[in-house]
Design a protein around this ligand. Sequence first.
Ligand code: ADP
Ligand code: MG
Length: 238
Amino acid sequence: MGSITLRNVSKVFGEAKVIPSIDLDINDGEFVVFVGPSGCGKSTLLRLIAGLEDVSGGDIIIDGQNATDAAPAKRGLAMVFQSYALYPHMSVRSNIAFPLKMAGIDKAEIDRKVADAARVLNLTDYLERKPRQLSGGQRQRVAIGRAIVRQPSAFLFDEPLSNLDAALRVNMRLEISELHQQLKTTMIYVTHDQVEAMTMADKIVVLNRGNIEQVGSPLDLYRKPANLFVAGFIGSPR
Ligand code: ADP
Ligand code: MG
């Protein structure tokens, strides 16, 4: 569980061909980073995979099933939004439990899943607090917790750390990498930050104007950048 294939995926907004055509294979358990300059189509691509936008053409295959027309909730994926997407009036417990409540799961099972997620994320002592009583990093962990309880086949992150300060960003980067090692679930992580891409990814997808410039491991990209754009963006010596 957790393989995602894009075949000839395109997206047009009005006159603008934001994604001309993308082919990409993401393997089960991979940590894949989409990196590229602002406006290159990273968020759009992630939203197409999540089903939050409809494709203009092509197919999205998730775990061997054609999911191109599937509703977001049917895709088995969890999008992790920035920490400010928490419900401010709800406790940490209620925030994490929210998707399970919506799905009609019984209380005992909800309590168990919330406790498990809280343990993984070191939030056990904070479950009765409100988001405003937490640090930025703790809030981000609550946002991740809300995704974990759904046991998705892949996590989708869109610049989750961009509103945290530099020191905290480094910490959270390590925590998300550790989480990936623990859960071994596919993660797609969008960032415009080359350092995040190079340190977190199994596989980096370099995007430029809606096209893939190169796909490879951090070492591949560093040693053998496909072109000057990749070399310049990754900061390799070519
Ligand atoms: P990134 O996340 O890499 O910064 P986006 O995917 O947000 O880039 O945007 C890619 C391009 O698509 C940008 O030019 C943006 O203005 C355009 N775009 C994104 N969403 C919409 C939309 N809903 N309507 C029209 N244009 C959009
Ligand atoms: Mg974006």
